[in-house]
Design a protein around this ligand. Structure first.
Ligand code: G6P
Length: 612
């Protein structure tokens, strides 16, 4: 949420910052801006709208310097207009700052500073921070980085910031508390960013800042210190674990479509080296040391937000069925503020693509404080949640840029398959059941390809239902979360209202909206729920509803009741939900494109939600 990029070196910072912002735009796209340290003062350009608007404006301005910062915003305080766009300045115009996060006590700081005569130009919480730094800097005679440290000790909330001051023009300062920052170390140049995507163009060497750390970059190099007690920290340099190709669209019109297609290999990548088909067992090195504790857990909580929460719900069905351990699935935003029963016999599994979601991060911190074992299922290597949890399993889906999650979701479900297989075998399922499941998982690649090959057929269904303003998605068992995720995908990117429901619950509410205008998408695998689903379809048809079925077997009965059918290959019952999810991703994608929506950057959304 909000993208931050900074540059310190001897090249022209402006193109580096603009390119960096384009890479970070998926984190927020309400407004964008840059500041560079010029020879006569700080120069800045900012603009409401996407980075391309800023780019146009920069073309018309003379702005250059070799130290700079850029920001792309997801608005929290103040509407997304020019004046609220970052960077923000103090009254003197000599200090500039960009910020990701929320300053919760901004109102009291603002009144304090207003009483001292400072005037504010924006409605943002961020401006209070830069003014506070200025107040301390010019009154207390501290160095710029010391003034930043003192100011940060007075704010409550979360931040990832980059700041500089014209009075100390060869210095760039960045700090994090609750919002990620990565330092890129090149040859005589530094980069600072919310994630490594703008850095990979320039260097693969990075240092991930941890909570409460601050970096000061000068001509002499960089120095990382703790904000709290100013202790110098020596941190290891690591290598970025992805390539430029992985974060570009390539031949695809949208990142989302590319990512949907990548599932042919991302699901198998997630399983690679982790499945033993002969023994029907999964081996998960990342949690090896804690196996005993997980196996003996009295209860497991799975906590997450958004799409990751839907993966978690699928995990509940799997873990309870295979491993026999009670599993509770909770929205992280709820978990963190209630009093769940958590102790040392509890295991918390936090699922997060980005590994940065503020609520999920807070939920694991709370669970840890209560003595629970925390397990992370994250996609981004080295992310905050990956580092904060006691142990974990990476999903290995590669960078996901489309705001609506696709390949990360199926990779998360794959990890939950592996967990269930592993603990299922330990807790009593037979080798034969394990082998069947393991082999079905290992053969999934071709079946995913079959679903992708049916994209044109799904497009035809989309064309015939594109006028509808409401969709209902229904499923039973593990396909209930698939229905939730299908509906979420559609509403995220096409702005069509959609709801997911357990199929039988339709009678307790949504059936009220049933008419020939509302498509009802049924997940209809040929499994033990088939007859029940058929009855639910009858109920919809009896009220002249439009039925779209996603099925692995076109029986006569089903075909007779369906207006449109989407086929997925027949497979193990636990594999159907994955294949059906991919089919529904394609349906949402095609509907969104037909409605001319911005698929990769849907309105008001952001990829990485680092504020609560
Ligand atoms: C945002 C994204 C979703 C994602 C959710 C949770 O809402 O747009 O795609 O599912 O955050 O994010 P996480 O990174 O924790 O999985």
């Amino acid at each position: 949420m909000c993208g931050i990029v900074g540059y310190y070196g001897n090249k022209d910072a402006v193109p580096i910052l603009l390119d960096g912002l384009k890479r970070l735009e998926y984190r927020g796209y309400d407004s964008a801006g840059i500041s560079v340290m010029g020879s006569t003062g700080i120069e800045s350009v900012k603009k409401a709208g996407k980075v391309k608007e800023l780019d146009r404006l920069v073309d018309d301005s003379v702005i250059n310097g070799s130290i700079g910062m850029g920001h792309t915003r997801w608005a929290t305080h103040g509407e997304p207009n020019d004046k609220n766009a970052h960077p923000h300045f103090d009254d003197t115009g000599k200090i500039s700052l960009i910020h990701n996060g929320i300053i919760e006590n901004y109102s009291s700081i603002k009144s304090y500073l207003e009483k001292k005569g400072r005037t504010f130009k924006s409605d943002t919480d961020t401006e209070t921070l830069v003014q506070l730094i200025s107040d301390i800097y010019y009154e207390d005679g501290l160095s710029f980085e010391q003034a930043v440290t003192v100011a940060l000790s007075r704010v409550v909330g979360t931040y990832g910031i980059v700041a500089f001051c014209f009075d100390e023009p060869d210095k760039l300062v960045a700090a994090r508390h609750g919002s990620p920052l990565v330092l890129g170390i090149g040859k005589n140049e530094y980069f600072i960013a919310s994630d490594a995507s703008p850095i990979v163009d320039h260097t693969r060497n990075v240092v991930y800042l941890d909570e409460g750390e601050m970096v000061t970059i000068t001509q002499d190099g960089h120095e990382i210190r703790t904000i709290k007690d100013d202790t110098i920290i020596n941190k290891a340099i690591t290598e970025i674990d992805f390539t430029i190709e992985e974060i570009e669209k390539g031949e695809y019109p949208h990142h989302m479509l590319k990512e949907i297609h990548e599932q042919v290999h991302t699901i198998t990548d997630t399983m690679r080296g982790r499945i033993d088909p002969d023994d029907g067992m999964a081996h998960l090195g990342g949690i090896q040391e804690h196996m005993d504790r997980i196996q003996k857990a009295h209860r497991i909580y799975i906590t997450a937000c958004g799409t990751s929460w839907h993966a978690g719900l699928m995990g509940k069905y799997l873990l309870e069925e295979y491993a026999g351990i009670p599993v509770h699935v909770e929205y992280a935003s709820e978990f963190r503020y209630r009093d769940p029963i958590v102790d040392s016999r509890t295991v918390i599994i936090a699922i997060s693509q980005s590994g940065e979601t503020a609520d999920t991060f807070a939920a694991i911190k709370k669970a840890k404080a209560n003595g629970a074992l925390t397990v992370g299922i994250c996609n981004v290597v080295g992310s905050s949640i990956a580092r904060e949890t006691d142990c974990g399993i990476y999903t290995h889906a590669g960078p996901e840029i489309g705001v609506a999650s696709t390949k990360a979701f199926t990779a998360q479900v794959t990890v939950l398959f592996l967990l269930s297989l592993c603990f299922g075998r330990k807790n009593g399922i037979s080798a034969i059941i394990g082998q069947k499941f393991a082999n079905a998982l290992l053969n999934i690649g071709d079946q995913v390809q079959d679903v992708l090959n049916s994209s044109e057929d799904i497009l035809e269904v989309a064309k015939l239902t594109v006028e509808a303003d409401n969709y209902l998605y229904l499923g039973r068992g593990m396909n209930f979360p698939v229905a939730l995720e299908g509906a979420l995908k559609l509403k995220e990117i096409s702005y069509i209202h959609a709801e997911g429901y357990p199929a039988a619950e339709m009678k307790h509410g949504p059936i009220e909206a049933n008419d020939k205008k509302m498509p009802v998408v049924f997940l209809a695998p040929h499994d033990k729920t088939y007859e029940k689903i058929l009855s639910n379809i009858q109920e919809v048809k009896a009220r002249k509803g439009v039925v779209i079925t996603v099925t692995d077997k076109r029986t006569k009965d089903l075909a007779a009741l369906s207006d449109y059918m989407i086929d997925v290959p027949s497979s193990h019952p636990k594999v159907f939900p994955i294949l059906a999810s991919i089919a529904l991703q394609l349906l949402a994608y095609h509907l969104a494109v037909l409605r001319d929506c911005d698929v990769d950057q849907p309105r008001n959304l952001a990829k990485s939600v680092t504020v609560e």
